[in-house]
Design a binder for this molecule. Sequence first.
Ligand SMILES: *[C@@H]1O[C@H](CO)[C@@H](O)[C@H](O)[C@H]1NC(C)=O
Ligand SMILES: *[C@@H]1O[C@H](CO)[C@@H](O)[C@H](O)[C@H]1NC(C)=O
Length: 417
Amino acid sequence: MKVFAILILFAFTFVNCHKLIEKYSWRELEFVWPTDESRQEALFNGKYVPSNNLPLAFDVWRDKIFLTVPRWKTGVASTLNFIDISNEKSPVLHPYPNFSMNQLPESTSDGNNDGDGDEQQHPNIISAFGIRVDECDRLWIVDSGLSDLLGQTEKFQNPSVFIFDLKTSKLLRRFEIPEKQKKADSFFVNIYVDVQHTKCGETFAYIADIYGYGIIVYDYQSDKSWRVNHNYFLFDPIQGNLNVADVNFQWHDGVFGMALGDVRNEHGDRTVYFHALVSTNEFSVENSVLKNESFSTSPAAYHSFNLLGSRGTKTQSSAEVYDEITNVIFYTQINLNAIGCWNTKKAFTIENQGIVARDDDTMIFPNDLRIDSNGNLFALINRLPVFMFSNLKSDENNFHIMMGKTSEIIKGSACEA
Ligand SMILES: *[C@@H]1O[C@H](CO)[C@@H](O)[C@H](O)[C@H]1NC(C)=O
Ligand SMILES: *[C@@H]1O[C@H](CO)[C@@H](O)[C@H](O)[C@H]1NC(C)=O
């Protein structure tokens, strides 16, 4: 019995390992409104329901952190936002580029790019999901075009990618995903940007289709895209049973996380690591394969995709990110309230998977990861399944951003060089 107690104590110490420090936390999100009256009015007429605003994805640029707040439910104040990096504990969200571009149009036909002539000159952002800052100071957003996803879903416009110039906050381009590259269940949630060795004109984006199980490759230079299909983009049917904070649910999300390895030569060649969310396996493919339209869309491409191996039981993962300084890939562990790691210089085995942070209170559903230019890992944790299938408690800190230096947090783990 004593041995058992000691074991439990050990497990406990391990469970709450604090290598990451909490930078921000929120019970509910607050926004900057044009006026106090507009906030009061929105609260009154249901255009702002504080408990329905959940931060899903983020990225860091200079002294700002951008946050997307998808329209899962009604009452989202603004879907694309930033906070100023400061020592404030629960900073208020600023709509980006401005408040009006984040408003739901009065009717679905207003923003509907159906070619009937009534579309807006500059469509609003309806529901921002994936977000990426690139090394050319551009901000890339995937917009589903849908509102009230968990309720009375309404379609305002086709799924699209918005690209902003961060230095001027101007919209550079909006790209609609072509109809023929979509499947019936397509849902585009995540975007990765591959800049060809600092040539900003030559950029490719990889957009993950989690329910259509494909990747859309977007070529910025020619402003066109193609769809890449592969069996490795599907979910693993055995891994779909998840338990998060006493909520049991079943998901079937396919390809979601990707991490871009080091650029190896002047052609910009690099390895793209990827995984389905409902899976414990990790895969890779060379970016030269994805960037080659004729090849990547042909059956011959099948053998260019590699299975690296399994991360181990209960290691289902949403985001992953590659760190150039340590050569380590960090990945969320949504089923373990943890962040795992793998040093890409080591063999991909279960033994070589490490854990850099785990906490059953403050790390419930780590959803997104980024590394800033100073080598800091940032993690966004948001209790998404509780929000979707139950209700968040307004007297608890539901959303957290934690951070830690990559070179420090891997010390003593399997990911240390
Ligand atoms: C909001 O930003 C968009 C994109 O830069 C711009 O077209 C629009 O004029 C802005 N609206 C206001 C009210 O500033
Ligand atoms: C695309 O792949 C095909 C087949 O491997 C190859 O012949 C062609 O040169 C590639 N194109 C580019 C632009 O690399």
